[in-house]
Design a protein around this ligand. Structure first.
Ligand SMILES: Cc1cc2nc3c(=O)[nH]c(=O)nc-3n(C[C@H](O)[C@H](O)[C@H](O)COP(=O)(O)O)c2cc1C
Length: 320
Protein backbone atom coordinates (compact mmCIF):
# COMPACT_ATOMS: atom_id res chain seq x y z
CA UNK A 1 0.00 0.00 0.00
CA UNK A 2 1.25 3.47 -0.89
CA UNK A 3 1.35 5.48 2.32
CA UNK A 4 -0.68 8.67 2.19
CA UNK A 5 1.50 11.77 2.30
CA UNK A 6 -0.30 12.94 5.43
CA UNK A 7 -1.59 11.18 8.52
CA UNK A 8 -5.24 10.24 8.01
CA UNK A 9 -5.38 7.96 11.05
CA UNK A 10 -7.92 8.68 13.76
CA UNK A 11 -8.89 7.28 17.12
CA UNK A 12 -12.63 6.98 17.62
CA UNK A 13 -13.10 6.45 21.35
CA UNK A 14 -10.44 3.73 21.51
CA UNK A 15 -11.03 2.35 18.02
CA UNK A 16 -7.81 3.03 16.09
CA UNK A 17 -8.34 3.50 12.35
CA UNK A 18 -5.82 4.05 9.54
CA UNK A 19 -8.41 6.01 7.55
CA UNK A 20 -11.19 8.29 8.87
CA UNK A 21 -13.90 6.52 6.84
CA UNK A 22 -16.41 4.07 8.35
CA UNK A 23 -18.82 2.23 6.07
CA UNK A 24 -22.35 2.94 7.34
CA UNK A 25 -24.37 0.17 8.94
CA UNK A 26 -26.71 -1.55 6.50
CA UNK A 27 -24.86 -0.12 3.49
CA UNK A 28 -21.80 -2.38 3.19
CA UNK A 29 -22.85 -5.87 4.30
CA UNK A 30 -19.83 -7.60 5.82
CA UNK A 31 -17.60 -6.14 3.09
CA UNK A 32 -17.57 -9.37 1.03
CA UNK A 33 -19.94 -7.93 -1.59
CA UNK A 34 -17.68 -4.90 -2.02
CA UNK A 35 -14.32 -6.71 -2.05
CA UNK A 36 -14.31 -7.24 -5.86
CA UNK A 37 -14.77 -3.49 -6.42
CA UNK A 38 -12.99 -1.79 -3.52
CA UNK A 39 -9.70 -2.16 -1.65
CA UNK A 40 -10.88 -2.88 1.89
CA UNK A 41 -7.41 -2.13 3.27
CA UNK A 42 -7.95 1.51 2.29
CA UNK A 43 -11.07 2.16 4.29
CA UNK A 44 -11.30 2.89 8.00
CA UNK A 45 -13.78 0.27 9.19
CA UNK A 46 -16.93 -1.58 8.25
CA UNK A 47 -19.98 -1.20 10.48
CA UNK A 48 -22.12 -4.32 10.15
CA UNK A 49 -25.89 -4.26 9.60
CA UNK A 50 -27.68 -3.86 12.95
CA UNK A 51 -28.52 -7.14 14.67
CA UNK A 52 -31.28 -7.97 17.13
CA UNK A 53 -31.56 -10.92 19.52
CA UNK A 54 -34.09 -12.85 17.43
CA UNK A 55 -34.11 -13.13 13.62
CA UNK A 56 -36.27 -10.54 11.85
CA UNK A 57 -37.81 -10.71 8.37
CA UNK A 58 -38.07 -6.93 8.16
CA UNK A 59 -40.88 -4.79 6.78
CA UNK A 60 -43.35 -5.43 3.99
CA UNK A 61 -42.20 -4.61 0.44
CA UNK A 62 -41.54 -2.17 -1.15
CA UNK A 63 -38.71 -1.10 1.14
CA UNK A 64 -36.75 1.33 -1.02
CA UNK A 65 -37.86 4.47 -2.84
CA UNK A 66 -35.58 6.77 -4.82
CA UNK A 67 -36.13 10.48 -4.21
CA UNK A 68 -34.52 13.40 -6.12
CA UNK A 69 -31.55 13.68 -3.76
CA UNK A 70 -31.69 10.66 -1.51
CA UNK A 71 -32.89 7.18 -0.74
CA UNK A 72 -35.92 6.41 1.39
CA UNK A 73 -35.62 3.02 3.11
CA UNK A 74 -37.75 0.98 5.44
CA UNK A 75 -35.85 -2.29 5.70
CA UNK A 76 -37.14 -2.91 9.21
CA UNK A 77 -33.94 -4.33 10.71
CA UNK A 78 -33.99 -7.53 8.67
CA UNK A 79 -31.28 -9.74 10.17
CA UNK A 80 -30.65 -13.40 11.03
CA UNK A 81 -30.43 -12.78 14.80
CA UNK A 82 -27.24 -12.20 16.76
CA UNK A 83 -26.43 -15.86 17.48
CA UNK A 84 -26.56 -16.91 13.81
CA UNK A 85 -24.66 -13.77 12.83
CA UNK A 86 -21.88 -14.43 15.32
CA UNK A 87 -21.57 -18.09 14.45
CA UNK A 88 -21.82 -17.91 10.65
CA UNK A 89 -20.81 -14.43 9.52
CA UNK A 90 -18.76 -12.70 12.21
CA UNK A 91 -16.66 -15.80 12.89
CA UNK A 92 -15.55 -15.72 9.24
CA UNK A 93 -14.33 -12.11 9.43
CA UNK A 94 -11.03 -12.84 11.20
CA UNK A 95 -8.72 -11.99 8.29
CA UNK A 96 -10.40 -8.74 7.24
CA UNK A 97 -7.99 -5.96 6.21
CA UNK A 98 -9.89 -3.34 8.24
CA UNK A 99 -11.58 -3.35 11.66
CA UNK A 100 -15.15 -4.58 11.94
CA UNK A 101 -17.67 -2.74 14.10
CA UNK A 102 -20.73 -4.69 15.26
CA UNK A 103 -24.09 -2.90 15.40
CA UNK A 104 -26.58 -3.69 18.17
CA UNK A 105 -30.30 -2.99 18.00
CA UNK A 106 -33.22 -4.04 20.19
CA UNK A 107 -36.68 -3.36 21.48
CA UNK A 108 -35.84 -3.39 25.20
CA UNK A 109 -32.89 -2.37 27.33
CA UNK A 110 -32.23 -6.00 28.15
CA UNK A 111 -32.20 -6.99 24.46
CA UNK A 112 -29.57 -4.34 23.70
CA UNK A 113 -27.45 -5.58 26.60
CA UNK A 114 -27.65 -9.18 25.40
CA UNK A 115 -26.75 -8.31 21.80
CA UNK A 116 -23.81 -6.21 23.05
CA UNK A 117 -22.69 -9.11 25.23
CA UNK A 118 -22.58 -11.44 22.20
CA UNK A 119 -20.63 -8.89 20.16
CA UNK A 120 -18.29 -8.30 23.10
CA UNK A 121 -17.46 -12.01 23.16
CA UNK A 122 -16.56 -12.04 19.44
CA UNK A 123 -12.82 -11.43 18.92
CA UNK A 124 -13.43 -10.36 15.29
CA UNK A 125 -15.37 -7.33 16.52
CA UNK A 126 -13.25 -4.25 17.35
CA UNK A 127 -16.01 -1.93 18.58
CA UNK A 128 -19.77 -1.82 19.02
CA UNK A 129 -22.15 0.73 17.53
CA UNK A 130 -25.46 1.10 19.32
CA UNK A 131 -28.33 1.79 16.90
CA UNK A 132 -30.79 3.38 19.32
CA UNK A 133 -33.35 4.32 16.63
CA UNK A 134 -35.64 1.49 17.73
CA UNK A 135 -38.97 1.71 19.57
CA UNK A 136 -38.93 0.57 23.21
CA UNK A 137 -41.76 -1.91 23.78
CA UNK A 138 -41.91 -0.98 27.48
CA UNK A 139 -42.68 2.71 26.86
CA UNK A 140 -45.51 2.58 24.32
CA UNK A 141 -43.06 2.25 21.48
CA UNK A 142 -41.18 5.49 22.04
CA UNK A 143 -37.88 5.47 20.17
CA UNK A 144 -34.83 5.16 22.48
CA UNK A 145 -32.94 7.85 20.54
CA UNK A 146 -35.77 10.38 20.94
CA UNK A 147 -35.81 10.44 24.73
CA UNK A 148 -32.87 11.41 26.94
CA UNK A 149 -33.84 9.03 29.77
CA UNK A 150 -34.32 6.06 27.45
CA UNK A 151 -31.01 6.88 25.77
CA UNK A 152 -29.27 6.97 29.14
CA UNK A 153 -30.71 3.63 30.28
CA UNK A 154 -29.88 1.78 27.08
CA UNK A 155 -26.35 3.20 26.93
CA UNK A 156 -25.72 2.31 30.60
CA UNK A 157 -26.85 -1.28 29.95
CA UNK A 158 -24.67 -1.55 26.84
CA UNK A 159 -21.72 -0.07 28.70
CA UNK A 160 -22.08 -2.72 31.40
CA UNK A 161 -22.12 -5.44 28.73
CA UNK A 162 -18.91 -4.52 26.92
CA UNK A 163 -15.43 -3.12 27.43
CA UNK A 164 -14.99 -2.56 23.70
CA UNK A 165 -15.26 0.98 22.32
CA UNK A 166 -18.96 1.92 22.37
CA UNK A 167 -20.24 4.24 19.62
CA UNK A 168 -23.79 5.46 20.17
CA UNK A 169 -25.63 6.37 16.96
CA UNK A 170 -27.98 9.30 17.38
CA UNK A 171 -31.16 10.10 15.47
CA UNK A 172 -31.75 13.46 13.79
CA UNK A 173 -35.47 13.11 14.47
CA UNK A 174 -35.33 15.03 17.75
CA UNK A 175 -35.76 18.62 18.89
CA UNK A 176 -32.49 18.92 20.82
CA UNK A 177 -29.84 16.44 19.67
CA UNK A 178 -27.20 18.03 21.93
CA UNK A 179 -29.22 17.10 25.03
CA UNK A 180 -29.43 13.45 23.90
CA UNK A 181 -25.71 13.47 23.09
CA UNK A 182 -24.84 14.70 26.59
CA UNK A 183 -26.90 11.87 28.16
CA UNK A 184 -25.19 9.28 25.97
CA UNK A 185 -21.77 10.61 26.97
CA UNK A 186 -22.68 10.68 30.66
CA UNK A 187 -24.00 7.10 30.45
CA UNK A 188 -20.69 5.79 29.15
CA UNK A 189 -20.48 6.23 25.36
CA UNK A 190 -16.92 6.39 24.03
CA UNK A 191 -18.00 8.07 20.78
CA UNK A 192 -21.13 9.17 18.93
CA UNK A 193 -22.29 8.49 15.35
CA UNK A 194 -24.22 11.51 14.09
CA UNK A 195 -26.69 10.92 12.40
CA UNK A 196 -28.98 8.07 11.39
CA UNK A 197 -31.65 8.58 8.69
CA UNK A 198 -34.29 11.35 8.69
CA UNK A 199 -37.94 10.19 8.81
CA UNK A 200 -39.82 10.61 5.56
CA UNK A 201 -42.57 9.37 3.28
CA UNK A 202 -43.40 9.20 -0.43
CA UNK A 203 -46.83 8.75 -2.02
CA UNK A 204 -47.75 7.07 -5.31
CA UNK A 205 -50.07 9.57 -7.00
CA UNK A 206 -51.48 6.99 -9.45
CA UNK A 207 -52.45 4.47 -6.77
CA UNK A 208 -53.14 7.04 -4.05
CA UNK A 209 -51.13 5.09 -1.50
CA UNK A 210 -47.80 5.26 0.35
CA UNK A 211 -44.90 3.99 -1.76
CA UNK A 212 -43.25 2.15 1.14
CA UNK A 213 -44.91 -0.96 2.55
CA UNK A 214 -44.16 0.45 6.00
CA UNK A 215 -45.61 3.89 5.06
CA UNK A 216 -42.74 5.78 6.76
CA UNK A 217 -39.05 5.31 6.10
CA UNK A 218 -35.63 6.81 6.71
CA UNK A 219 -34.16 9.28 4.23
CA UNK A 220 -30.42 9.12 3.50
CA UNK A 221 -28.07 10.57 0.89
CA UNK A 222 -27.28 14.16 -0.19
CA UNK A 223 -30.75 15.46 0.78
CA UNK A 224 -29.96 15.09 4.50
CA UNK A 225 -26.39 16.45 4.51
CA UNK A 226 -27.15 19.99 5.78
CA UNK A 227 -29.30 18.48 8.56
CA UNK A 228 -26.49 16.13 9.52
CA UNK A 229 -23.75 18.79 9.38
CA UNK A 230 -25.72 21.02 11.76
CA UNK A 231 -26.31 18.06 14.09
CA UNK A 232 -22.55 17.38 14.21
CA UNK A 233 -21.84 21.07 14.81
CA UNK A 234 -24.27 21.18 17.75
CA UNK A 235 -23.20 17.84 19.24
CA UNK A 236 -19.51 18.80 18.99
CA UNK A 237 -20.19 21.80 21.24
CA UNK A 238 -22.02 19.65 23.77
CA UNK A 239 -19.67 16.68 24.31
CA UNK A 240 -15.97 15.89 24.57
CA UNK A 241 -16.06 12.40 23.02
CA UNK A 242 -15.28 11.91 19.30
CA UNK A 243 -17.99 12.04 16.64
CA UNK A 244 -18.41 9.97 13.47
CA UNK A 245 -20.29 12.37 11.18
CA UNK A 246 -22.55 10.95 8.50
CA UNK A 247 -25.46 11.77 6.22
CA UNK A 248 -25.08 12.26 2.48
CA UNK A 249 -21.31 12.14 2.20
CA UNK A 250 -20.27 11.38 -1.40
CA UNK A 251 -16.93 13.15 -1.81
CA UNK A 252 -14.04 14.69 0.13
CA UNK A 253 -15.65 18.14 0.23
CA UNK A 254 -18.74 16.63 1.89
CA UNK A 255 -16.54 14.78 4.38
CA UNK A 256 -14.62 17.99 5.15
CA UNK A 257 -17.84 19.79 6.07
CA UNK A 258 -18.43 17.21 8.80
CA UNK A 259 -14.83 17.24 10.00
CA UNK A 260 -14.72 21.03 10.14
CA UNK A 261 -18.03 20.95 12.06
CA UNK A 262 -16.41 18.72 14.69
CA UNK A 263 -16.40 15.11 13.47
CA UNK A 264 -13.19 13.12 13.98
CA UNK A 265 -14.23 10.58 11.33
CA UNK A 266 -17.00 10.13 8.78
CA UNK A 267 -19.52 7.46 7.86
CA UNK A 268 -20.36 6.66 4.25
CA UNK A 269 -23.59 4.84 3.52
CA UNK A 270 -25.80 5.48 0.49
CA UNK A 271 -22.92 6.70 -1.72
CA UNK A 272 -21.51 3.14 -1.68
CA UNK A 273 -24.54 1.91 -3.62
CA UNK A 274 -23.72 4.30 -6.46
CA UNK A 275 -19.95 3.89 -6.49
CA UNK A 276 -18.05 1.47 -4.22
CA UNK A 277 -14.83 3.43 -4.76
CA UNK A 278 -16.14 6.60 -3.11
CA UNK A 279 -14.51 5.85 0.30
CA UNK A 280 -11.06 5.25 -1.25
CA UNK A 281 -11.37 8.39 -3.35
CA UNK A 282 -12.37 10.43 -0.30
CA UNK A 283 -9.24 9.26 1.55
CA UNK A 284 -6.97 10.23 -1.36
CA UNK A 285 -8.63 13.62 -1.76
CA UNK A 286 -8.53 14.36 1.97
CA UNK A 287 -4.80 13.69 1.92
CA UNK A 288 -4.39 16.02 -1.08
CA UNK A 289 -6.45 18.74 0.63
CA UNK A 290 -4.30 18.59 3.74
CA UNK A 291 -1.01 18.40 1.82
CA UNK A 292 -1.99 21.42 -0.30
CA UNK A 293 -2.39 23.39 2.93
CA UNK A 294 0.82 22.12 4.50
CA UNK A 295 -1.12 20.27 7.18
CA UNK A 296 0.24 16.96 8.39
CA UNK A 297 -2.74 15.28 10.01
CA UNK A 298 -6.51 15.17 9.61
CA UNK A 299 -6.81 15.66 13.36
CA UNK A 300 -5.52 19.23 12.91
CA UNK A 301 -8.74 20.40 11.26
CA UNK A 302 -11.38 18.67 13.40
CA UNK A 303 -13.92 21.30 14.50
CA UNK A 304 -12.13 24.21 12.82
CA UNK A 305 -15.41 25.69 11.57
CA UNK A 306 -16.95 25.41 15.00
CA UNK A 307 -17.07 28.40 17.32
CA UNK A 308 -13.99 28.65 19.48
CA UNK A 309 -11.62 27.55 16.71
CA UNK A 310 -9.54 29.96 14.66
CA UNK A 311 -10.08 30.19 10.89
CA UNK A 312 -7.10 29.47 8.60
CA UNK A 313 -6.79 33.26 8.01
CA UNK A 314 -6.74 33.96 11.74
CA UNK A 315 -4.14 31.28 12.25
CA UNK A 316 -1.94 32.78 9.55
CA UNK A 317 -2.41 36.12 11.25
CA UNK A 318 -1.45 34.58 14.60
CA UNK A 319 1.67 33.11 13.09
CA UNK A 320 2.67 36.40 11.47
C1 LIG B 1 -30.58 0.63 3.06
C2 LIG B 1 -30.09 1.19 4.37
C3 LIG B 1 -30.03 0.38 5.50
C4 LIG B 1 -29.58 0.90 6.71
N1 LIG B 1 -29.52 0.08 7.81
C5 LIG B 1 -29.05 0.57 8.98
C6 LIG B 1 -28.94 -0.26 10.12
O1 LIG B 1 -29.23 -1.46 10.10
N2 LIG B 1 -28.47 0.29 11.28
C7 LIG B 1 -28.11 1.61 11.37
O2 LIG B 1 -27.67 2.04 12.45
N3 LIG B 1 -28.19 2.42 10.30
C8 LIG B 1 -28.64 1.94 9.11
N4 LIG B 1 -28.71 2.75 8.02
C9 LIG B 1 -28.28 4.17 8.14
C10 LIG B 1 -26.86 4.38 7.58
O3 LIG B 1 -25.92 3.60 8.26
C11 LIG B 1 -26.45 5.88 7.67
O4 LIG B 1 -26.30 6.25 9.02
C12 LIG B 1 -27.46 6.80 7.02
O5 LIG B 1 -27.96 6.23 5.82
C13 LIG B 1 -26.89 8.19 6.70
O6 LIG B 1 -25.73 8.13 5.91
P1 LIG B 1 -25.74 8.17 4.28
O7 LIG B 1 -26.56 9.35 3.88
O8 LIG B 1 -24.31 8.24 3.90
O9 LIG B 1 -26.39 6.89 3.83
C14 LIG B 1 -29.18 2.26 6.79
C15 LIG B 1 -29.25 3.07 5.64
C16 LIG B 1 -29.69 2.56 4.43
C17 LIG B 1 -29.72 3.47 3.23
Amino acid sequence: MVRPPVDLSVNVGGLALRYPTLMGSGCYGTGAEFAPFADLSRIGAIVLKSATLAPRLGNAMPRLVHTPAGLLNAIGLQNPGIDWLVEHEIAALGGMPCPIVGSAAGFSVDEYAQVCGRLDASPEISAIELNISCPNVASEGETFACDANLTASVVRAARAATRKPLIVKLSPNVTDIAAIAREAERAGADALAVVNTVRGMAIDVERWEPRLGNVAGGLSGPAIRPIAVLAVYEVARAVRIPIVGQGGIANASDALEFILAGASAVGIGTANFLDPRVPERIAVELAEYLASRNLRAISEIVGRANAGFATPEQREGDAG
